[in-house]
Write a protein that binds this ligand. Structure first.
Ligand SMILES: *Cc1c(COP(=O)(O)O)cnc(C)c1O
Length: 386
């Protein structure tokens, strides 16, 4: 089976994890803060908070920005459900901004129009979550400008985009956002098995997110409420938080993996270039690359439009699967899932995201994909779509 994505684990990774298993700390020990520092340094952010998944990172990021009942969060429909669920965890409502048919990211034109309408209706969002789909950064400069005009906060969902750059600046620098979050799920750029991180340049947001991942607890004496002299208070719960901690076993794997991050991405670029070279004469649409940006190439989505091709998306998907190539679909528009449909969303709500969903296939893209296996994929696509 050739998957669409998978992790790459070396002997060195295993040794680093084993060291933790033989050490004094299994949960938060020295590896967690080291991994946080290493991600923050890599992307040029001041602070980082490691958690047990990107889903948790999104959740605490929303809470730190005081998202709550009565508030509205907007995101892209072309994403994993977690980018929208975080609003609902906080009791806020969620809405979707259609994608740009070229980049598959949230369209800044649609965002601008929707904001102007929402202002008139008194329904502006408190938080907007752009998603750097497939590793291709969103137009952050424009989104940031709109945030100043309409007063919303920005969380970048960079689950796909560790190692990507926007206009030569690393994603995660938070130059145009309040918080950026990353995922370390095995199919993502680097892995900790399960894991996520939020980065920010704002000390207050950092403190809030740090306490929210440990049940809302603080142990800084200066921040505690004063208690009677004869009692021992070495920690206090000041908020309702969660147990979202990353452990040292995961962080050790992350620390070992991040050493190879740039190699991972260079290899992904080579794979992408091979696809671009060999598939360029077909009538399918290959993923657009914005000239000012550098993509981590988390995914390689191709689009098969019924009118132009002799086979449908579904036929190609099934032929690939029959040949043990586990192609996938990224993404079913979030609001079409049964849970979201029950919330009032209807088919046709974001037409570009729906057209894209019905034509896209993510073909294999990961560090360990051999040229031999990649050529098998290419040969099938060439045969079927010639
Ligand atoms: C993977 C992913 C997430 C969630 O990541 P987990 O670490 O699995 O919780 C969120 N958003 C996007 C866009 C993702 O691809």
């Amino acid at each position: 089976m050739i998957p669409y994505g998978r992790q790459d684990i070396t002997e060195e990774d295993i040794i680093e994890v084993e060291k933790v298993l033989r050490s004094d700390f299994l949960t938060q020990g020295p590896c967690v803060p080291s991994f946080e520092k290493s991600v923050a340094n890599y992307c040029g952010a001041k602070y980082a908070v490691a958690v047990n998944s990107a889903t948790s990172a999104l959740h605490v990021a929303c809470l730190a920005l005081d998202l709550g009942p009565g508030d509205i969060l907007w995101t892209s429909p072309n994403t994993f459900v977690a980018s929208a669920n975080c609003a609902l965890y906080c009791g806020a409502s969620v809405d979707f901004v259609d994608i740009d048919p070229k980049t598959y990211n949230m369209s800044t034109e649609s965002l601008s129009e929707k904001l102007s309408l929402a202002e008139k209706l008194g329904k502006l969002p408190k938080v907007v979550i752009p998603v750097h789909f497939a590793g291709q950064p969103c137009d952050m400069y424009k989104i940031h400008k709109l945030s100043k005009k309409y007063g919303f906060k920005i969380i970048e969902d960079a689950s796909h985009a560790l190692g990507s750059s926007y206009e030569k600046i690393k994603v995660g620098s938070c130059l145009y956002s309040d918080i950026t979050i990353f995922s370390f799920h095995p199919v993502k750029i680097i892995t900790t098995a399960e894991g996520g991180m939020s980065v920010t340049n704002d000390l207050d947001l950092y403190d809030k997110m740090k306490s929210l991942r440990i049940n809302g607890i603080i142990n800084d004496k200066k921040l505690m409420e004063i208690q009677p002299e004869n009692e021992i208070w070495n920690y206090q719960q000041i908020k309702l938080g969660y147990n979202f901690k990353m452990n040292d076993i995961q962080a050790a794997l992350g620390l070992s993996q991040i050493k190879r991050l740039d190699d991972f991405i260079i290899r992904r670029h080579k794979i992408a270039n091979n696809y671009f070279k060999k598939l360029k004469n077909l009538k399918i649409i290959l993923p657009f690359q914005s000239p000012g940006n550098y993509s981590s190439y988390h995914l390689f989505p191709i689009c098969i439009y019924r009118r132009e091709c002799n086979k449908t998306q579904k036929e190609i998907y099934e032929i690939l699967r029959k040949n043990h190539i586990e192609a996938n679909i990224h993404y079913i528009p979030v609001y079409l899932h049964p849970y979201y449909k029950a919330l009032k969303f209807k088919r046709g709500y974001c037409p570009n995201a729906e057209t894209y969903f019905k034509s896209t296939i993510s073909i294999p893209m990961y560090y360990g994909l051999s040229y031999e296996n990649q050529d098998k994929v290419i040969k099938i696509i060439l045969n079927e779509l010639k």
